[in-house]
Ligand binder design. Structure first.
Ligand code: SF4
Ligand code: SF4
Length: 433
């Protein structure tokens, strides 16, 4: 066994041991996560709000969704061009960033001399290292989704559930943190915590936001609009109260039309059993023609809407027919994590800084290579295929994980007992000798 191999598995073993110790972040997350998965498993077949269950909805529209996603993957260059033209017609400023470095440069130029950026969940920002970039440039990032606000408050760096990032923090710990940071004494109740941020942070945001950063749940090529869904209203405030709204988004979020965008959005809502309060369709900057039909940009909403379409690994995965090409069909619903055997057993030990579960590990592989994937717990994947069976967009995640294991094994990075067998097979033609 190589030193590297030993170091990787000692690291992983140390993390797994932490799950069974009490009062640490791995233990707290895994405890919470098992309950969340059980709740998701038991409600997917119930009609909690609609006439059909979420499972029935997924089955009904799965083929349609998957066809929409494959249409993009098979014609990505055509759709990128079409999207850019439609957005420009809508008076948005559009950039195409081939690489992460290009995205960084464009983003900094768009920020100008601004010192604070208000942000809502943006997977792309995390993926391409925008948060680190802002830190290096002394620009303050203010999270606005309450879950992310809590993550910032606790300075929490471990992988978490992207749809509810702070959901595993205990209520008593949240109020004690608020007392420590803001000096406010609150009863340990969710309503009191929410009211506290509503009374303080909401006002600050409305008065202070000049530049806001979001991603997009989907983008319609035909209409040149972005679609954003949320339940807190922070995205609505951020995208309206600001001077400049910057949208940083991967090109894989493009769909042919706004109807397809709506289906993608509904699928995310139903797979997550989420109570969404708002869906925004943003077609461009706010404008008025009320003064003698003279069109002026920037009335109450954003004066400028800037879109940065990030390619990064995507067109290359298609051109090179890479084994993770079908990941471009992903709609980011995270259903695969809820049903994942490894995720339930190992909580956020099984994941990366890009998020929990197999998709977090795959993202780490794409950005940082196979060693990173092994360190994230690649071999904890049992190969059960639940991710593939539940995925509403027909991403064959189980097959992708198998391919990753093959790459790691060929590099001698399999878990020590397996690596020992492999060496014996190679040298002695017998694993048990
Ligand atoms: S791989 Fe499938 S299940 Fe997982 S987040 Fe993407 S679309 Fe959802
Ligand atoms: S195949 Fe692996 S990644 Fe997929 S659900 Fe099973 S354990 Fe999770």
């Amino acid at each position: 066994m190589s030193d590297k191999n030993k170091e990787l598995y000692d690291h992983l073993k140390g993390l797994i041991e932490k799950i069974d110790e009490s009062d640490n972040y791995y233990n707290a997350f895994t405890d919470f996560w098992r309950i969340a998965c059980a709740a998701q498993n038991s409600t997917i077949n119930t009609k909690y709000k609609y006439d059909d269950s979420s499972k029935e909805f997924i089955e009904k529209y799965k083929k349609q969704l998957s066809d929409i996603r494959k249409e993009l993957v098979n014609n990505i260059e055509y759709y990128v061009e079409k999207t850019m033209k439609s957005m420009e017609k809508n008076k948005m400023k559009v950039h195409y960033a081939k690489t992460n470095e290009e995205a960084h440069t464009i983003f900094l130029e768009e920020l100008g001399d601004i010192e604070t950026v208000y942000k809502s969940k943006s997977v792309e920002a995390k993926d391409i290292g925008i948060l680190e970039l802002l830190k290096e440039n002394n620009i303050t990032v203010k999270e606005t989704d309450l879950g992310d606000v809590l993550i910032q408050l606790f300075d929490y760096k471990l992988p978490t559930y992207q749809v509810g990032p702070g959901i595993h923090f205990e209520i008593e710990k949240i109020v004690s943190k608020i007392k420590e940071v803001y000096g406010a004494e609150l009863p340990p109740k969710a309503e009191s915590i929410v009211q506290f941020f509503r009374d303080t942070y909401r006002k600050e945001l409305l008065n202070d936001v000049k530049v806001s950063l979001t991603s997009a749940n989907s983008i319609s090529a035909e209409d040149g609009c972005i679609v954003l869904l949320e339940n807190e209203g922070n995205i609505s405030l951020l995208t309206r109260a600001t001077e400049k709204h910057i949208v940083l988004v991967g090109i894989s979020k493009i769909v042919p039309s706004v109807f397809d965008a709506l289906l993608m959005t509904k699928m995310v809502e139903r797979t997550n059993q989420a109570d969404l309060a708002y869906i925004s369709f943003i077609y461009g900057p706010s404008a008025t023609s009320d003064i003698r039909a003279h069109s002026v940009q920037g009335m109450y909403g954003a004066k400028e809407v800037v879109i940065i379409l990030v390619d990064d690994w995507r067109t290359n995965a298609i051109k090179e027919d890479l084994f993770y090409k079908s990941f471009l069909q992903c709609i980011g619903c995270k259903t695969c994590s809820f049903y994942c055997t490894a995720s339930k057993a190992f909580g956020n030990v099984y994941g990366s800084k890009y998020g929990i579960g197999a998709i977090g590990i795959l993202r780490d592989y794409i950005h940082n290579g196979i060693e990173a994937a092994v360190r994230d717990g690649l071999y904890l994947c049992t190969g059960c295929e639940k991710c593939t069976n539940w995925c509403p967009a027909e991403v064959n995640l189980a097959e992708i994980m198998r391919s990753l294991k093959k790459i790691a094994t060929e590099k001698g990075l399999a878990p020590p007992p397996l690596e020992k067998y492999r060496q014996k097979i190679k040298q002695e033609k017998n694993p048990f000798s």
